[in-house]
Design a protein around this ligand. Sequence first.
Ligand code: ZN
Length: 213
Amino acid sequence: MLSADFLHLEKDIEMVNSCADIFHLDVMDGSFVPNISYGFPVTDAIAKAAKKPLDVHLMIVDPEKYALKFVKNGASMVSFHLEATENDEKASRILKSIRQAGAKAGLVINPDIPVERLFPHVGNADFFLIMSVFAGFGGQKFIPQTYEKISRLKSYMQERGVDTPIEVDGGVSLENINALHKAGAEIFVAGSAIFKSESPVNYVAQMRQACID
Ligand code: ZN
């Protein structure tokens, strides 16, 4: 939703309702990332009009301070950055509290964090989010090393009989969605590619098709 037209937000919410599976909301605090995006007034407004689940991606310091409020306000999925937590125990506790509050708990890593850092949380997180650009800005170019990170996480999980969904966020488009799907990702976050296309509804339909092909 970072790529939405905030002057005509309702129109873009209806578009997402009509063709996509989830609303992905990037919440930035100007501290963990240099940018500030939007907070509760905007995400609450989206929650009211959304007919699909809300996926809140926290790009903030102290995620434990706000994660549960997003669950209370309607988020079905809440993820936070492993880099934003002091250690693995802290991250585990936040994952647990999100789940206890009734949402799916996700753990995110930026492109400069080795994927192995997620391994201790396999079995604990409800989904993993691999950033394919650096968190904090929309419209960045996709980083190709993402494929390898996804497939390494996927095979690590397969060896252990775990099937946690992998989400990918940043520069996802028709150019790379098929390869990302083949690498093992199953939740695709796309902003600019969809919102800037001539027909967002057709674009999403083509993205779905690209995962089957
Ligand atoms: Zn995101």
